[in-house]
Structures are given as C-alpha cells and as structure tokens.
Design a binder for this molecule. Structure first.
Ligand code: A2R
Length: 316
C-alpha cells in the first residue's frame, strides 16, 4: 500500500535536482507559479505541512499566516538570516538548513579569492588578453601568502576548513569570535580591532543577522591599515559597505576580495572601477557537487521529519 504524499510548498525557486526530488516524494506546490494566490491559499493552504525554500525567499510570517498546518521549513543554504527563527519557534515550526556539506566548496572559493587578490590574477589575465605582455613587458611584482598572518572572523565549520588550507599555504592563522575555542590550535582575539591591527589578511565567514550587522566597520578597516587585505565570503550585511568602499578608494586598506554584498545582486558602482578589488557573484557553494548535496539535504530533512524521525540538521 503506497503512503499518502505530504503537501509541501516551494516558497522560492530551487535547483532542478531538488525540485525533481520534491515532486517525486511529495505533493509539491510551486508558489512562484501560482497566479491566484488567494484562491490557492484558500484551497491548498490548510493542506501544506512543509516549506522548501531558499535564502532569498525565506519563510515570511505573512506566508506562514496562510498555512495553518505548517510544521517544518527546510531551507537551502547554511545561512538562514532570511528566516525569522524565533517567529517559527513561536508557531512550533521546525527550521532546518544545510550545514557542513558546503564547507569544502566554501573554503575553496575563499582560497581562490585570497590568491586572486594576492597575485592579482584577474589583472594579469586581462594584461595577457590585451596583448600587453608582448607590448609592455613583464607585469609588476605582487605580494605572497607565505609567512603572512590571516585573521579569521568566525572560526566555525567553514572557518576551520579555511584555516587548515591557509596553514597549507604556510600562513599564520589567528581568529576572532565571541567565544574562545580552547581546543583549536590558533591564537584567539576577543577584540576584532586588536586582531585587525595584528594581521595581513582579514577573512570574514560569519553569519548574517542582527548580531553581526556591519561589525566590520571603519574602525576595523583603519586597524587593518593600508597594507591589509580583506576577504568576505560570509554575508554582505556584516560589512559597512560604504566605509569599505571609501577605504578602498583612498587606499586606506590594501584591497578586498568579495563574494557577498549587502544588496545582491546589486553591486555598488563604485567597486567596479577599482583595481584593488576582486569581485565574485556569491559563488561560495556554487559547484555542481555541493549544490546537489545541499538540495539532497533539504529533501532528506523533510523526508526524515515526515517519517516521524528528527530532522537531520535542525537550526539550533
Ligand atoms: O561567536 P562564536 O564563538 O559563536 O563563533 C561563531 C562566529 N560568530 C560570530 N563572531 C563574532 N561576532 C558575532 N556576532 C558572531 N556570530 C557568529 O561565526 C562561529 O565561529 C562562526 C559561524 O560558524 P558556524 O555557525 O559553524 O557557521 P558556518 O557553517 O561556518 O557558516 C558561516 C556562514 C553562514 O552563516 C553563511 O552566512 C555563510 O557562512 O555561508
């Protein structure tokens, strides 16, 4: 006897492998294809027991108001700042995310951005393509990672993978977070400004949300100084973008490599003409392998929960 399928709502667009799995395993309703939402919520709303969503669509309270029998929100991505978790908790709705499966991909792009900024890879590529190597001679010398100190802001699951790779590049690793992790081998700074003063590289991998909002600000950039380099792969909201742009324009910091921005996909015009930045369109976890694994975890969280087991990766 086949089990009756649970009704779930796809609140935002998700990658094809996940949509396919959700359509096979559930009665999957795509909110973004619904034309008459009032009619949809009146008829289907009470049947919906789960939401599959992404980091942009989230699960707004206004949407949950229309779903009186909602039990779980399964979100694609490790960051869940688009989801009002306290509000979900109040409603007894479980929230899950997709941690760990993206650590390696995130760490790879972080190292890629660090090397690109250090060795000016985008600029040297453009130099060759423009025929300037033959015309103007060798490209000017660049900096090097070996022996440099990197301060990791947020030594979490991803931060630890970045730290290990930085060590492989013979860098000194230090870190900042709210709490010291006594079993980690790296020196800890309780004060971000003090750490920024002490490092050559500042790499940020903290989550978004109120507690990190604009925590990397003018004072941090001043402490980092004209030779300091900044890399952000966490969330754009954690940086005061106006202060960063001013610091870059005035060469008060050495440069920045950015995968995340405050208002994606809109990158402030001011960054585009700067030679001391490397820009990336939020590519952190964007590999075939990792995105598949993230989708698989979204699916398995829902399946596990509706089979009467605990969700696999609940947001704690
Ligand atoms: O503060 P701690 O000791 O709990 O360390 C966490 C740190 N963190 C913060 N550091 C300073 N000030 C804060 N207000 C603050 N809030 C959090 O960020 C921890 O070491 C790190 C986050 O690590 P995980 O929770 O393991 O996250 P994961 O998987 O490494 O992903 C980080 C973020 C995501 O939330 C997305 O925004 C992005 O990377 O993809």
């Amino acid at each position: 006897m086949s089990e009756e399928k649970v009704d779930i709502l796809l609140a935002g667009r998700l990658q094809p492998s996940l949509v396919e799995a959700l359509e096979a395993g559930f009665n999957a309703h795509k909110l973004y294809e619904v034309e008459d939402r009032d009619a949809f919520f009146a008829t289907v709303g009470p049947k919906i027991r789960g939401i599959a969503t992404n980091g942009h669509a989230g699960s707004p309270p206004e949407l949950m108001d229309k779903l009186p029998n909602l039990e779980i929100v399964s979100s694609f991505g490790v960051g869940y700042d688009a989801i009002n978790v306290p509000e979900c908790r109040k409603r007894g709705v479980v929230v899950t995310n997709t941690p760990d499966v993206l650590n390696d991909a995130m760490a790879e792009i972080t190292m890629g951005l660090i090397i690109a900024l250090c060795r000016k890879i985008p600029q040297t590529d453009a130099y060759v393509r423009a025929g300037r190597w033959a015309k103007d001679g060798n490209y000017p010398l660049t900096r090097e990672l070996t022996g440099a100190t990197v301060g990791i802001v947020g030594l979490g699951r991803i931060g630890k993978e970045v730290a290990r790779r930085c060590q492989a590049f013979k860098m000194q690793v230090v870190y900042h977070g709210r709490t010291e992790q006594k079993f980690e081998p790296y020196p800890y700074y309780g004060d971000l400004i003090e750490m920024a003063k002490a490092v050559d590289w500042l790499v940020s991998i903290v989550p978004g949300g109120a507690s990190t909002d604009k925590m990397i600000n003018k004072a941090v950039f001043d402490a980092l100084g004209p030779d300091g380099l900044f890399v952000n792969v966490g969330r754009g909201t954690t940086v005061d973008e106006v202060a960063m742009l001013a610091a870059l324009k005035e060469n008060r910091i050495g440069g920045a490599a950015l995968d995340v921005f405050e208002d994606e996909p809109n990158v402030p015009e001011g960054f585009l003409g700067l030679d001391n930045v490397v820009l990336s369109p939020h590519q952190g976890s964007a590999t075939h392998k990792t995105r598949w694994a993230m989708g698989d975890l979204v699916y398995r969280n829902l399946k596990s929960y509706f089979a009467g087991h605990p969700p696999i990766t609940p947001v704690s």
